[in-house]
Design a protein around this ligand. Sequence first.
Ligand SMILES: N[C@@H](CCC(=O)N[C@@H](CS)C(=O)NCC(=O)O)C(=O)O
Length: 296
Amino acid sequence: MSPKAGARAREGTVKCPHRVEHCGKAPAPLEGAKPYFATFERVKDLYTVASRWYACPLRPHSNRIPMLTLFHHPFCPHSRFIRIAVGEYGLNPTLIEERSWERRDEFLVLNPAGTTPVLLEEGRPPVPGAGNIAEYLDETRGDTLNSHRLLPTDIGGRVEVRRLLDWFNEKFFAEVSGPLVTERVLKRYMTPEQGGGAPEPDAIRAALANIRYHLAYISWLVRTRNWLAGERMSYADLAAAAHLSAIDYLGDVPWSQDEAAKNWYARVKSRPSFRPLLAESFPGIQPSRTYADLDF
Ligand SMILES: N[C@@H](CCC(=O)N[C@@H](CS)C(=O)NCC(=O)O)C(=O)O
């Protein structure tokens, strides 16, 4: 880059609301963003911001692929599920870390619920929520996976996968992964007004008791079938493993309790789509000894 271009870039460089650097040509973040229904019309300024960043020659990575962006948090189990799922589709979205508790206006425009994950694909409305994203990926790309399709094509199979998706994304999250991740990790980053503070020992104790019942259920399912929802791997396996992986990082999964559940997790964990998660570690929070170990 010429010194002049460098100076121009520095002058124009702004920190965009998505925590990515882009050239100064981008408009200011959407003003007056209110957390309500976000149509494509309403968010198109955000696409403009992002597409200018994509087109910027100073952008660090120069792969000009169609724009796919995932707003996520590394400890959010729902986000982890979608990161694994996109890996299964061979997709490599730009990852933008979102701290949902900060309630950024620009993020609330994409998802008025203020929750991660949200998938953003050029020219389409934002897709909020893990279940919706999973459906969206199946509708737009499911056939590319052929016999490895993650949502079965038969109606009975689809119902069972969706039932288990709800089991893990709602029930397991409420009873186990949500409290453990919030108490042990997220509260460290929140101000007292945002809900931060010391971990609640009672919440942790309850979650650690609950996980035993869920592991036993996983074990029963995989002893009855090959994978959680049937004979083939599906979104149910990816979601369950994603929720477990977030708390496995913290060393909170009693794997010695159940051999069948452990062997099933080892199978999912060995998928190449899981590797990026296993390679991550976070300052100040050590992963458990066996977190990244495929033969744990
Ligand atoms: N129904 C949503 C829920 C996702 C969710 O609860 N995400 C958490 C992080 S894992 C979140 O953003 N919580 C912030 C909040 O509830 O305000 C989904 O399935 O994606």
